[in-house]
Design a protein around this ligand. Structure first.
Ligand code: FEO
Length: 395
């Protein structure tokens, strides 16, 4: 039986042959995927030659093969282009190379080294391409653009000159499995998805991402075809969003990741949230045991302030807050100001440990409120004062 599979021509001679992974729940056992994800692969057919840009996650190789077959014989592929060596895009190379026995595998120098260490590939068929190198498919020209550290050291972009399509692999991506192929079919929510993704994957490499965007200014780009999520055939919106996310611009917003054991920390967080919001600054409480980390990463992309709310337990911050603060530090957000609200039964300790944890991040510690027992009026006054400091600095 032949199962019909969706293949879409997204630009003249360019076919989406990617797959949707509706069931995947985590990426790297770290990033939650509430809406699954996609592994976008693209077939480009010239008058003389055919290239496949990126492949698919382990387990989807046959789906990719069947989709390619709907356009051409997989044995006839001339080039397998590897923009990125991570298995969600490169694992399918071995399978496709075993079908297309004459195809060359094209990658950066670092990409070749990584691909050979990760996959069973014939070394003599892996060719290194450099910045500005082109391949001619017959009326269709592909150019390679170095774009390292987005988000591994070997990453590159492939640019289809005649149709001005940029194949950007992870960059500009979003973790969404959706029946929609294009961002304009998906609707406005695509920017929020892309923002969460940027926070999770690209924010630690903001200077590299900024450099890549500056490099792209010398290219006319009509379509951005990433390897996760939707395709942008009107890319100005997603480009502008990335310009903002890679700058140090922040919104008038305070993110408040917190956890509460017996309600005291929660009470302080509620007072803090209300007092900041009453002054006209966005306050976003984020209860860490019940909310998804992808949203946290997205909020970190443009929050001017972050206040951690935690009880002292086991002589320090709650372990879930230690995790969140550690993760936040590693994601390298452009946060300008930090704070802590803490409650304890007999002895504190969380503020000192959290202060040490956030040391080295871009922002300064504006203040901390420590409370013994249930918060009294004077304790909540100090919380309001802390909120006032954030408002004064941020507005
Ligand atoms: Fe989508 Fe870095 O892999």
């Amino acid at each position: 039986m032949t199962i019909p599979r969706e293949v879409r021509e997204i630009s003249s001679g360019v076919y989406w042959v990617g797959v949707r992974d509706w069931e995947r729940k985590f990426f790297d056992k770290l990033v939650p995927l509430p809406e699954g994800t996609t592994y976008n692969s693209y077939l480009i057919q010239g008058e003389d030659k055919t290239a496949l840009v990126d492949t698919v996650n382990p387990g989807f190789e046959k789906d990719l093969e069947e989709k390619v077959k709907q356009v051409t014989d997989p044995e006839s592929l001339d080039y397998l282009i590897m923009n990125h060596a991570e298995p969600d895009h490169a694992n399918g190379l071995s399978h496709m190379a075993s079908l297309a026995k004459d195809a060359e595998i094209l990658a950066t120098e670092k990409g070749k080294e990584m691909a050979l260490s990760l996959y069973d590939l014939p070394e003599d068929r892996v060719r290194i391409v450099e910045e500005g190198d082109i391949i001619d498919l017959g009326g269709k020209t592909l150019e390679f653009i170095d774009a390292p550290w987005l988000h591994w050291p070997e990453t590159m972009f492939t640019y289809f000159q005649e149709e001005r399509v940029l194949f950007s692999c992870d960059f500009f991506g979003a973790h969404i499995a959706t029946p929609k192929i294009f961002a304009d079919e998906f609707g406005e929510g695509y920017i929020e998805r892309a923002k969460d993704y940027f926070g999770e994957i690209m924010m630690p490499f903001r200077p590299r991402a900024k450099r890549a965007l500056e490099k792209l200014e010398s290219y006319e780009v009509s379509t951005i075809a990433p390897s996760h999520g939707v395709i942008y055939r009107n890319p100005e919106g997603i480009l502008a969003a990335h310009r903002s996310w890679t700058s140090s611009e922040v919104a008038e917003k305070v993110l408040i990741p917190y956890i509460s054991m017996w309600g005291s920390t929660a009470e302080m967080v509620h007072v803090l949230t209300e007092s900041i919001a009453a002054a006209g600054v966005d306050a976003v409480p984020f209860e860490v045991s019940s909310q998804s980390l992808d949203t946290l990463a997205g909020e970190l992309v443009d929050s001017a302030g972050v206040v951690f709310g935690t009880p002292t337990v086991l002589a320090g911050p709650h372990p879930q807050i230690i995790y969140i603060a550690t993760l936040a530090k590693k994601l390298n957000p452009p946060t300008k100001y930090f704070g802590v609200v803490e409650s304890h039964g007999w002895a504190g300790g969380a503020v000192r440990e959290l202060s040490e944890l956030v040391e080295g991040m871009t922002g300064e510690l504006l203040g901390a409120v420590e409370v013994k027992g249930s918060p009294e009026d004077d304790d909540l006054e100090r919380v309001v004062e802390l909120g006032g400091k954030f408002v004064e600095e941020i507005k």
